[in-house]
Design a protein around this ligand. Structure first.
Ligand code: SF4
Length: 202
């Protein structure tokens, strides 16, 4: 944090630094656990690791009460629109950590049914490697996110989230124009992005 002390009684800093300091130390995580990585997360939240040290122990299972989405496990193509809806409903500003190779790249599931990386449908801030990543590795991912939050500008974070909302508008337009379901629209957008050499739809 940029700060100058004046006679030990006055502290000057930037508004952005203060807000980011508050944001990074009061994350409210929501786990989206679909497979084995979620078990490692449960271990991390247990008393042995004392996750409260990082101010992010207040777990919520409602997206409207959370600002940190942890995707823990394999995500199928059918779950992709659900994941997008959960991200859309979360409180702003919001961040995403992709935990394990399944969430980050589809992992060993190179199949037509598995989403080959959640970053194709929602923005991801930190990728945690491993299959499964140990609880310490997931904690390291959260610490990396805290570092990222302390460096980012408020405008950049807002623009980052806005980009996703624009893709949600495109998805709704496609649903209405083609009369298809959310799943069909997202699948169509993912395939089209892949054919055009892009890996993401947001
Ligand atoms: S990355 Fe490994 S441990 Fe995690 S969900 Fe996939 S298979 Fe399970």
């Amino acid at each position: 944090m940029t700060e100058i002390k004046l006679d030990d009684s006055v502290l000057t800093t930037r508004l952005e630094d203060v807000l980011n300091w508050g944001r990074k130390n009061s994350l409210w995580p929501m786990p989206f656990g679909t497979a084995c990585c979620a078990i490692e997360f449960m271990g991390m939240m247990a008393s042995r690791y004392d996750f409260s040290r990082f101010g992010a122990e207040a777990l919520r299972f409602s997206p409207r009460q959370s600002d940190l989405l942890l995707v823990l496990g394999t995500v199928t193509n059918k779950q992709a629109p659900v994941l997008r809806q959960i991200y859309a409903q979360m409180a702003e500003p919001k961040w995403v950590i992709s935990v394990g190779v399944c969430a980050s790249s589809g992992g060993m599931y190179r199949t037509y049914a598995t989403l080959q990386g959640i970053d194709r449908v929602i923005p991801v801030d930190v990728y945690v490697p491993g299959c499964p990543p140990r609880p310490e590795t997931i904690m390291h991912g959260v610490l990396k996110l805290q570092e990222k939050i302390s460096r980012e500008t408020l405008v950049a974070r807002k623009a980052h989230i806005e980009e996703f909302y624009l893709s949600l508008d495109r998805q709704k337009e496609l649903q209405e124009a083609a009369g298809c379901t959310e799943f069909q629209a997202v699948r169509e957008m993912v395939l089209k992005a892949g054919n055009e050499g892009d890996q993401r739809i947001w």
